[in-house]
Design a protein around this ligand. Structure first.
Ligand code: HEM
Length: 344
């Protein structure tokens, strides 16, 4: 069951605005790291992403999520791409359920190995592909500092640290803080769920790693005072009846349209939905449960911000660059893999 996409990525890329003022360098990463050693690196990644997106535009959000899952587990080192064989690799962890786009990275890598063997790391391809995917979806275009190297470890349990939909806002904040990301980053990066809005449908009855139905838990089995179970009390009554009419208990495959007011734009509509208690992913809804993140949501949804800032698209791009710098390996650390799914 594929989600339907909008116009072609090429058109969307043309409409993307190049954001100025994005951080250009983090530590030893730098924009244009491959300009001499492999001048085609960035254009090759972009064209491979485009080829895959032409066949299935739902690959675009998958590539952005792939970068998040790579960076939050032991840094942005492409460890998530390693295939173990004994179900013991990081990628086999249930936290990565539904992760896609690994074949896109492998395909770009194969092409780059023929153009400049042993030069471009898989970790950089993940970061570049995510950036391109955002631009192709109408998000901001921005420079990505490169120079990451690939990690040499991949362990099943390492991915336990990934944020979970059921995490409280305090747990989410601490998991982001552990990666050097603050409340603003948490809110802005969660806005990547716009991509689900843009593609209009989200499987609401997906099974989480505990084997429960995420949405069904929220609608029917949310723990209430006195040991009772019912609907999450923060969901407004009108939205609750709409959700319940679409998602019956035990429903595994229901899809819910999520285009409430987004009108196909990569904009702050997701934050307005969160503010108005129309968030569907529980971790997004949780952003309105702590004053620190409520303040960030309110800032970006205020009338004044469009005129005087803070500017959503620019700050979103900054947060992506920041996330892409988590725990990077540079210089002689790690390696540059020949094949992304295998250590050298
Ligand atoms: C704050 C903690 C977060 C939680 C608990 C969370 C959880 C989820 C869940 C449950 C899904 C649905 C997966 C599926 O379809 O099976 C999802 C999708 C997605 N997430 Fe998040 N997420 C979080 C943060 C982020 C961040 C920081 C990013 C990017 C930087 C991100 C990007 C995405 C994207 C792009 C999708 C759509 C993937 C696709 O369509 O294949 N998420 N997320």
């Amino acid at each position: 069951m594929g989600r339907s996409g909008g116009g072609g990525p090429a058109i969307l890329l043309m409409s993307a605005v190049l954001v100025a003022g994005v951080a250009v360098c983090d530590g030893k990463l730098k924009v244009g790291f491959y300009s001499r050693s492999c001048p085609t690196a960035e254009s090759t990644v972009a064209s491979v992403v485009q080829q895959f997106a032409d066949a299935d535009s739902t690959i675009l959000p998958a590539l952005v999520r792939l970068q998040f899952h790579d960076c939050f587990v032991k840094g942005c080192d492409a460890s998530v791409l390693i295939k173990g064989g004994n179900n013991n690799a990081e990628v086999d962890n249930n936290k990565h359920q539904g992760l896609r786009g690994l074949d896109v990275i492998e395909s770009a890598k194969a092409q780059l190995e023929s153009e400049c063997p042993g030069v471009v790391s898989c970790a950089d391809i993940v970061a570049l592909a995510s950036r391109d995917a955002l631009a192709f979806t109408g998000g901001p275009a921005f420079d990505v500092p490169t120079g990451r190297r690939d990690g040499k470890t991949s362990n099943l349990r390492d991915a336990d640290v990934l944020p979970d939909v059921k995490d409280s806002i305090e747990v989410l904040r601490s998991k982001f803080a552990a990666n050097g990301l603050d409340d603003k980053d948490l809110v802005l990066l969660s806005c990547n769920h716009i991509l689900l809005l843009l593609l209009a449908y989200y499987i609401i009855a997906s099974v989480d790693h505990g084997g429960e139905l995420t949405m069904a838990t929220t609608l029917y089995n949310f723990p209430l005072p006195g040991g009772r179970k019912g609907a999450d009390p923060t969901i407004p009554e009108s939205f609750l009846s709409e959700l319940r009419s679409r998602c019956a208990p035990g429903d595994f495959n229901t899809r819910l349209p999520l285009d409430r007011g987004s009108e196909g734009e990569f904009d702050t509509s997701i934050l307005r939905n969160i503010r108005n208690r129309f968030a569907v992913i529980a971790s997004d809804a949780a952003l309105y449960n702590a004053s620190a993140t409520v303040g960030v949501v309110d800032t970006y949804t205020s009338m004044l911000s469009t005129l005087f800032g803070p500017y959503f698209r620019e700050d979103f791009a900054d947060a992506m660059v920041k996330m892409g710098s988590i725990g990077v390996l540079t210089d002689r650390a790690g390696e540059v893999r020949k094949v992304c799914s295998k250590f050298n």
